[in-house]
Write a protein that binds this ligand. Structure first.
Ligand code: BTN
Length: 262
């Protein structure tokens, strides 16, 4: 990764004020959190790393890394009115970025961004948002962590729980991080701005790209495992599940498995 080019390009994105590009770090989310703890203002604070030694995925999982294959980016933002919409805003920004590279995408609620190849979706990126609070427990910032599989060509992922791909595999060429980071930060800034203005576009647009809605799904990771049809999102971005045609259940967090994917 060419640090100077990437740093300059990211810093040129409107709203981005403080960028660090690191070879490796434990986790970009943790690094942003540490910087906030010592007083960095959240708005426009970005940390990018080519490698994480302790990358974190959702629900306590590890975010896997391979040498030269990943892009990890975290950005802090002040807490918007509806903080639960931030992961959806980030997924939309990722989806628009990949669309701009000529790729076909779909979003699996709440935070997987997938590339659709020959009609089948394969995960290529994920989002992990952490809420930061002050000593009194009041939320002060959201750290938006985005992990993108850029180039996993030649690596075997047999046995993974979900189907994966990477940008280079689908595009059939090397991918420069600048091609991804600049549109991503640009779209993310626009989406966060919409959340600040309480503009309904984030929710409306997410509904159109989210292929979970309309699917029969199994929700894992809640106290009770549920199967039903995903029918809508609440105003907070939570998933509404129709269970057996008579009971509606709102899923706040959890792993969603599409029972008839692609
Ligand atoms: C998922 O489980 O799908 C979400 C993965 C999010 C990974 C990113 S990589 C950048 C940021 N730093 C982390 O430690 N995790 C997130």
């Amino acid at each position: 990764m060419d640090h100077a080019d990437l740093w300059a390009a990211a810093l040129g994105v409107p709203g981005v004020v403080d960028v660090s590009v690191l070879d490796d770090v434990d986790s970009t989310n943790l690094e942003v959190r540490r910087r906030l703890e010592v007083g960095a203002p959240p708005a426009g604070l970005v940390v990018i790393a080519g490698r994480q030694t302790a990358g974190r995925g959702r629900r306590g999982r590890t975010w896997e890394d391979v040498e030269g294959g990943n892009l990890a980016l975290s950005m802090a933002t002040p807490v918007p009115a509806v903080a639960t919409l931030v992961p959806l805003a980030a997924a939309l920004a990722l989806s628009a970025t990949f669309d701009g590279l000529g790729l076909s995408t779909s979003c699996k609620w709440p935070n997987d961004v997938r590339l659709v190849v020959a009609g089948r979706p394969h995960k290529c990126a994920g989002v992990l948002c952490d809420l930061v609070a002050d000593d009194a427990g009041a939320p002060t910032a959201v750290v938006i962590g985005i992990g993108i599989d850029v180039d996993w060509r030649g690596r075997d992922r047999a046995g993974a729980a979900v189907s994966w791909t990477s940008l280079a595999e689908v595009m059939g060429r090397d991918v420069d991080p600048v091609e991804v980071v600049v549109p991503l930060l640009t779209h993310l800034g626009q989406r966060l701005d919409q959340l600040d203005r309480r503009c309904p576009d984030v929710l409306d647009d997410y509904r159109t790209v989210c292929d979970t809605i309309g699917q029969r799904v199994r929700v894992e990771g809640e106290q009770v495992e549920r199967v039903g049809r995903a029918v809508d999102l609440t105003a907070d971005g939570h998933l509404v599940l129709d269970v057996d045609g008579h009971e509606q259940h709102v899923v706040v967090a959890g792993d969603v498995v599409h029972l008839h994917d692609g």
